[in-house]
Write a protein that binds this ligand. Structure first.
Ligand code: ARG
Length: 568
């Protein structure tokens, strides 16, 4: 079944065609918008863009078109107001919107991406450190983007580009050889590694010669020194199971853990290629690619001692991924602090003559803090992700114990809601904004928070359970009330929200959209009797509307990477 917007867009395209202006279906759809104020209608056509094409004034175009749209199926009223045409949907559209949603459990999905591959590089921690709050953004934004692209039919490759190479490992090797032992490492695990790193950084301040010692150690590692490689491998073996615990809790999986180290033997060829293409220049002993024309500082490829640098490894990885996966897009989710790094090496790939550089996308996000505290791993003063998550679970357990003491699976539910609260919070603001984590806001069952969405979802499930399932068909000729119409219309906008989230690489479009759905559902829930409705047709439609809400919220939660909770 086609929705009202498509029907109106097709009509507009054929009307314009009659006047010698031809538009594609997508262009025609793009001319419509949803008025911010529902009093102005359910859909509007601003005529300003048409003014140029038709060489006429917007208000005149609007008043000329009114008649042509009158009587369109699904539309009860069309009004010309200034340069706008405003459309009001009739009750039948609410009913057909609900019918359409209930026909498709994956409502909102599409096959637009079939045959195309998107690589997503996210989470990608620097090993030998536990996850802290700073990793939350990349991990959950990346996962949500992956789900969104999956939902649109793309083949996605989730890549954990482990930061397992670089001078910091020289520091750790030095620290290990001088201040630690195999035994201490086995006992202390990742905590011992963190301690060693902090100790090195402190000692380095006193004794600058350590900087060189660490560089030398890394250089030995890069040259394949067996002892260094053995120590380095221990760092990796200790770190990965730590990360896995957090990924399991978050329900996140990766298709590849190919990190920076994997590219170490692929570096010489890339450096050679840069040299052959005349891009490499010496700058104070280091090898760089100049980006003066682009107004950027030079991109660093090799250090004086010939060791490769972070950008060089990213270039090698991108070339390898293109060969291996033939991606349409390769998306990198990192903190905004790395924006220059990505802008620089994307340009270098372009200068190497690779057109596919246009498919490289950096998705930056702002900093997160807890109670206004910034995080710095160098000082050892960090908010650990595992602490944040377990605290959230603990607090949810308390709330659930009070609200619903005899809930079966209380522990599992607290886990789903606690983790969901943290994830939703991290995905609820425009990603680029800095944000502060606040327990009360994040854990609210009433406010704009994850638990509120999961609770609303559970409410829709409970309605269906109590009704004994879904009434098979919408009652013929049912005339929905204002609350029902507003909710049904919002639900029908889910596919657009998915489109917008994908276009802008912005999962918060989905979280905000879900909050709007929940607000409308709860208004409907409080103002209309559902199971206790006076008439059978009202009851049937309302249960179906609740089921459609369940489909949409459920799909939205899936996209954000938050578990559905059937009962809270
Ligand atoms: N390991 C880096 C960090 O923790 C992030 C890596 C992002 N991905 C990349 N291909 N550079 O800051």
């Amino acid at each position: 079944m086609r929705d009202n917007k498509t029907i109106l867009a097709e009509k507009l395209a054929s009307l314009l065609d009659g006047q010698g202006v031809s538009l594609t279906a997508a262009e025609a759809v793009g001319l419509f918008e949803t008025p911010a104020d529902p009093k102005l209608g359910d859909l509007a056509l601003p005529c300003f863009k048409l003014a140029k094409l038709l060489r006429s004034a917007p208000p005149k175009i609007a008043s000329d078109l009114v008649g042509a749209f009158a009587g369109t199926a699904g539309i009860s009223k069309v009004e010309a107001v200034g340069g706008y045409l405003n459309f009001f949907y009739d009750g039948a559209s609410a009913v057909s919107a609900v019918d359409e949603i209930l026909q498709n459990e994956r409502f909102g999905s599409s096959d637009e991406g079939n045959g195309k591959t998107v690589c997503l590089d996210f989470s990608s921690p620097n090993i030998a450190k536990r996850f802290h709050l700073g990793h939350l953004g990349t991990t959950v934004i990346g996962n949500a983007l992956r789900n969104l692209f999956d939902f649109h039919g793309y083949r996605t490759v989730a890549i954990n580009h482990l930061g397992d190479w670089g001078t910091q490992f020289g520091k750790l090797i030095y620290a290990y050889q001088n201040w630690s032992s195999q035994e201490k490492l086995e006992q202390g695990g990742i905590t011992e590694l963190e301690k060693l790193y902090v100790r090195f950084c402190t000692a380095e301040k006193e004794d600058p010669s350590l900087t060189q010692a660490a560089r030398d150690a890394f250089h030995r590692l890069e040259c394949g020194d067996e002892e260094c490689l053995r120590i380095w491998k221990t760092f990796k073996d200790i770190s990965l199971p730590e990360y896995q615990k957090t990924y399991d809790l978050l329900g996140i999986t990766f298709d590849s853990y190919v990190g920076e180290a994997f590219f170490s033997d692929k570096m010489p060829a890339v450096v050679e290629e840069l040299r052959e293409k005349g891009l490499l220049e010496l700058d104070d002993g280091a090898s760089v690619v100049r980006l003066d024309e682009e107004g950027m500082p030079p991109c660093l490829i090799l250090k004086r001692d010939g060791s490769t640098l972070y950008p060089a490894r990213d270039i090698a990885a991108a070339i390898w991924r293109k060969k291996t996966y033939d991606f349409e897009k390769c998306i990198y989710v990192t903190s905004a602090g790395q924006s220059l790094h990505f802008a620089q090496w994307f340009r270098v790939v372009r200068k190497m003559g690779y057109d596919w550089a246009d498919g490289l996308v950096h998705v930056p996000y702002g900093t997160m803090s807890v109670g206004g505290e910034k995080l710095a791993s160098r000082t050892g003063n960090v908010v650990l992700l595992e602490d944040l998550l377990s605290e959230a679970i603990r607090k949810c357990e308390q709330v659930i114990a009070e609200k619903h003491p005899d809930l079966p699976n209380r522990e599992e539910t607290a886990k789903a809601v606690g983790v969901g609260a943290v994830v939703f919070n991290a995905l609820s603001n425009s990603r680029i904004k800095d944000s502060d984590f606040n327990w009360e806001d994040a854990l609210s069952f009433e406010g704009n928070a994850g638990p509120y969405v999961q609770y609303t979802y559970a409410r829709t499930s409970s309605i269906l359970r109590k009704n004994g399932g879904l009434p098979p068909a919408s009652p013929a000729g049912y005339a929905p009330c204002a609350e029902e119409t507003a909710l049904a219309k919002k639900l029908s906008e889910f596919p657009e929200a998915v489109d917008r989230a994908i276009e802008a690489y912005e999962p918060s479009v989905i979280s905000r959209y879900l909050l709007a759905v929940c607000a409308l559902f709860n208004q409907f829930y409080h103002n209309c009797r559902i199971l206790g409705a006076d008439a059978e047709d009202a009851r049937d439609f309302r249960v179906r509307l609740s089921a459609a809400t369940r489909t949409v919220i459920g799909n939205g939660l899936d996209l954000l990477g938050i578990r559905r909770t059937e009962e809270i």
